[in-house]
Design a protein around this ligand. Structure first.
Ligand code: LIP
Length: 298
């Protein structure tokens, strides 16, 4: 993977967003044409599932992206990683179906997430998204953004809106998204964090797709979101959509004293309406302190 954080020029970013949206939309159509037998098998645990459609979606996305930009790098959830070649410029970070459990159960909250990033997405804090798209095949809604270009949502009827996060400024009225690990030990720790946070906020929503949760902070359907143990492909495109919409996106809150909020990563990814940033980061810091040292996944 590249270590270069140089951002391509604006006209290239516009093209990267267009390509991400086009390919994610094509993969979403494939995913929605679901077979009777999804060919589901398990990965890191009995509940961590991958289906034949995850793999088919990733194969399509990888093939179309590298046909269009043969020197770019690729990092997908379902294997197939390839480093960027000289002259490539970006690495594509792809979750072919984010929210696979929802897809398996037929719950319409899953998405194809495609992001172009600079830097090395395998090294937390050493990369950033510069263009991306998140497409929900079940609703036909798509989210897209590029660095410095704002964020947009287009519905199934083709109506497009510019995205803004909510105006929420009171934790007690905050609708908070979150998610939980496939690892039971990590979930037990996450339950301790939730026990601290839940009485403070309005309510929580566990949507099941980090990419859509981040997009829902961008469009105001959630006031805030946090989750631990996310992979780069879960968060890359949603991170950019939320940031470009004007939400605040951050990472680990336990290493206090650092300026700013840091980058989202496996330790912690969070996003919120701008007026909530200070109190929400403090709440997470307190909750993590109360929950104690998080366990490594088994
Ligand atoms: C999912 C994430 C979600 C998390 C789930 C799962 P996947 O990704 O998007 O936020 O809570 O446990 O990791 O596995 O469906 O691509």
């Amino acid at each position: 993977m590249s270590h270069d954080l140089a951002v391509p020029p604006a006209e290239v970013l516009v093209g990267l967003e267009r390509l991400a949206l086009e390919v994610a939309t094509e993969a979403a159509r494939l995913v929605e044409d679901r077979p009777d037998d999804l060919g589901a098998v398990t990965k890191s645990s009995a509940t961590d599932v991958v289906t034949a459609m995850d793999r088919a979606s990733q194969d399509l996305v990888r093939r179309r992206l590298l046909a269009a930009r043969p020197d770019d790098g690729f990092l997908g959830e379902e294997d197939g990683a390839r480093p960027e070649r000289p002259g490539g410029g970006v690495t594509w970070v792809v979750d072919p179906i984010d929210g696979t459990t929802n897809y398996l159960y037929g719950i319409p909250l899953y998405a194809v997430s495609v992001a172009a990033v600079v830097g090395d997405p395998t090294r937390p804090g050493r990369w950033r998204p510069v263009a991306g798209a998140v497409v929900n095949p079940a609703t036909g809604e798509s989210y897209a953004a590029h660095l410095g270009g704002g964020a947009r949502r287009t519905d199934a009827a083709g109506r497009r809106v510019a995205l803004r996060p909510s105006a929420a400024d009171d934790l007690g009225l905050t609708l908070l998204g979150t998610g939980f690990s496939y690892d039971a030990g990590v979930r037990a720790w996450q339950a301790r964090v939730l026990a601290h946070v839940l009485p403070v906020v309005r309510d929580i929503r566990r949507g099941g797709s980090a990419a859509l949760d981040l997009c829902h902070v961008a469009d105001g359907r959630l006031d805030a979101y946090h989750e631990r143990m996310l992979n780069p492909w879960d968060l890359a495109a949603g991170w950019l959509v939320a940031t470009e919409a004007g939400a605040v996106v951050g990472g680990s809150v336990v290493s206090g004293g650092r300026s700013g909020h840091g980058d989202p990563g496996p330790d912690l990814a969070w996003a919120c309406a701008p007026a909530l940033a200070g109190p929400f980061a403090d709440l997470l810091r307190q909750a993590y302190a109360v929950a104690g040292e998080p366990p490594a996944p088994a």
